[in-house]
Ligand binder design. Structure first.
Ligand code: AKB
Length: 313
């Protein structure tokens, strides 16, 4: 990787991935881009930033050529709850944007990282130890766009020779930049509320089990899958990756070990509950472990301690 372009660089993952890639490959070689009007000050100060709307293919191509880009981390996307509210826009951004990136990559010989999600699964998918290759019939618009994206990336690799790679992210827990309207966002809001108010009202039921991952592991997965030897990859796109499998009740119990007076109550949001109920409880990430050495560093207890420490600072 010589020169990297990141789309969606001002989002939850993009903000931190930009900084991690700049540290690893040099600030001048990592070009951040996003659509927000006020890009994160740190990203701007630390290197190049361009406004890119990923539905505009010509603009992506212009920046790729200008900086001689050879790798694109394509993070720009609508998350599940927002996508359910705006299905047309979700298709346009999540599928149209990815298609544009893949076309620019094909024309300019770039490798592409695209995150898929646990949202690519549906109610008919086995919920425990969800296999790498299994039934995928998602019922949310977000899921429909993610499965389409996985298939598009497979096609561009198999038929058009583009070096496409990716992982299926679970809910990502972090403290630097806020998430943008996902179903798993409660797992961040709960920490902020616990520290500020010692109580939190959760929009998912107490026993809703979902895969989660702490941000340092999410960054590690994105970097390692792109650095993996191509010949060791049998699957390439959309590797299952996970670090922990938690419910709101379990997370609250873990937080109480640090803040004993913390209380959780529940007011269910039917839209997000339905989405969460259609997603797996626990992914099997054996293929990622075997093919490129994936192994998470944080579990529920170490993540909780680190989140509380950093948020209180
Ligand atoms: C969401 O909740 O939409 C995302 C995801 C799991 O893809 N965090």
């Amino acid at each position: 990787m010589k020169n990297i372009l990141i789309t969606g660089a001002t989002g939850q993952i993009g903000t931190e991935l930009t900084m991690a890639l700049r540290e690893r490959y040099g600030a001048d070689n990592v070009i951040a881009s996003g659509l927000t009007n006020i890009p994160d000050a740190v990203i701007r100060a630390a290197g190049h930033f361009h406004f890119i709307d990923c539905t505009n293919k010509a603009r992506i191509a212009e920046i790729v050529k200008r900086h001689d880009i050879d790798t694109i981390y394509h993070l720009a996307a609508l998350l599940s709850a927002v996508a359910e509210d705006h299905p047309n826009l979700a298709w346009e951004v999540n599928v149209g944007g990815l298609y544009n990136v893949l076309e620019v990559a094909r024309e300019n010989n770039c490798a592409v990282f695209t995150p898929s999600s646990i949202g690519a699964f549906g109610p008919e998918t086995p919920t425990v130890n969800t296999p790498q290759v299994t039934i995928q019939r998602p019922t949310s618009m977000y899921g429909v766009t993610k499965v389409t994206g996985e298939l598009l990336c497979d096609y561009y690799h198999a038929k058009l020779g583009v070096d496409t790679r990716g992982v299926r992210y679970p809910g990502i827990i972090s403290y630097k930049a806020p998430p943008g309207g996902g179903t798993t966002d409660y797992a961040i809001a709960i920490f902020i509320a616990a520290l500020k108010e010692k109580k939190y009202t959760c929009y998912l039921k107490a026993d809703t089990k979902l895969d989660m991952m702490y941000m340092p592991d999410a960054l590690k997965a994105a970097i390692e899958v792109m650095e993996a030897e191509p010949k060791s990859l049998k699957h390439r796109n959309a590797f299952n990756v996970t670090a922990m499998s938690v419910t709101p009740a379990l997370l609250a119990e873990e937080i109480r070990k640090h803040i004993p007076e913390f209380e959780i109550t529940y007011e269910i949001d039917p839209v997000r509950q339905e989405i969460a109920d259609s997603w797996p409880d626990k992914l099997d990430d054996t293929c990622a472990r075997d093919e490129w050495g994936w192994t998470p560093s944080y579990d529920l207890s170490s993540m909780t301690a680190d989140m509380l420490k950093n948020l209180s600072e």
